[in-house]
Design a protein around this ligand. Structure first.
Ligand code: PAF
Length: 274
């Protein structure tokens, strides 16, 4: 496994790789990330991961400074997955002095996380577009847990005719159902136990069989409100591609999603109803 930190090194290494799967990450890897690396390896033969805590996708009052970092542990985990290349650039390699570009792909960035975290998806789309241009991967792998991010990246690729395939992989969960996330590290043991309220709310709605979107939202809200440590940011029942809120579940199914603060830690999760 080669660990490199400049764009020039990536370009040189890429020349010798006919097919490449890319797994963009912000590090502090968990089994969810590693499942993406495994899938990329099995489908593409060669896999690269990037580790870059992207400052432009964090708001001024968000957790950029304290976002968990564990470089050596991450590299050992990637090595164990037989990852071929790891890109760990400095901020100035990605955003040199004078950098000014912004990619705003509109519609799908506006609701849900985008409404609560202004500018977040512009930061994500811009850095992901840069990573796609740097690596020119055959396929790029993302986790369904960040459902809106997946919709944004699919649209980025479609709208800008980027020549690669976006592969969205199932959310990896702890045994009790909590979606794996680097931010779970912020939870105290007591908060960690309460954090299953997200998946409990989603599963209650999915299991209800109700096709009325407002009834599903109400069921999720009511479930979240049973947990005193949990503070609801939003619940949504939306079209899985456009992310527009639905009134009724039709043929296209629905994306159920929510964001909840468990004490100070903001968690998101989602389920797709077919
Ligand atoms: O999902 C993440 O870790 C990040 O948003 C990504 C896609 C690596 C872009 O910084």
């Amino acid at each position: 496994m080669r660990v490199i930190s400049t764009i020039a090194e990536v370009r040189a290494a890429r020349m010798a790789m006919p097919m490449l799967g890319l797994v963009p990450t912000m590090g502090f890897l968990h089994p969810g990330h590693l499942s993406l690396v495994k899938r990329a390896k099995s489908e593409c033969g060669l896999v690269a991961a990037s580790i870059f805590v992207n400052p432009t996708q964090f708001g001024p009052n968000e957790d950029f400074g304290r976002y968990p970092r564990a470089r050596e542990r991450d590299l050992a985990l990637l090595e164990a997955e037989d990852c071929d290349l790891v890109f760990t650039p400095d901020v100035t390699e990605i955003y040199p002095a004078g950098f000014d570009a912004r990619i705003d792909i509109g519609g799908v960035t506006e609701g849900l996380e985008g409404a609560v975290r202004p500018g977040h998806f512009t930061g994500v789309a811009t850095v992901v577009a840069k990573l796609f241009n740097i690596f020119q991967p055959t396929r790029a792998y993302f986790g369904q847990k960040d459902a809106q991010q997946c919709a944004v990246i699919r649209k980025l690729v479609r709208d800008l005719d980027m020549p690669l395939e976006v592969v969205v992989c199932e959310t990896v969960r702890e045994v009790d159902g909590l979606a794996m996330s680097s931010r779970n590290a912020y939870l105290s043991p007591a908060e960690r136990a309460k954090a299953t309220i997200l998946i409990r709310a989603l599963r209650a709605a999915a299991a209800s069989g109700d096709r009325d979107a407002e009834a599903l939202r109400r069921l999720m809200r009511d479930t979240i409100h049973t947990e005193p440590l949990a503070q609801l940011d939003y619940v949504s029942v939306a079209d899985p591609d456009t992310l527009e809120e639905l009134n009724h579940l039709g043929e296209g199914g629905a994306l159920l999603s929510l964001a909840v603060r468990v004490s100070g830690t903001r968690l998101i999760d989602n389920l797709i109803i077919p």
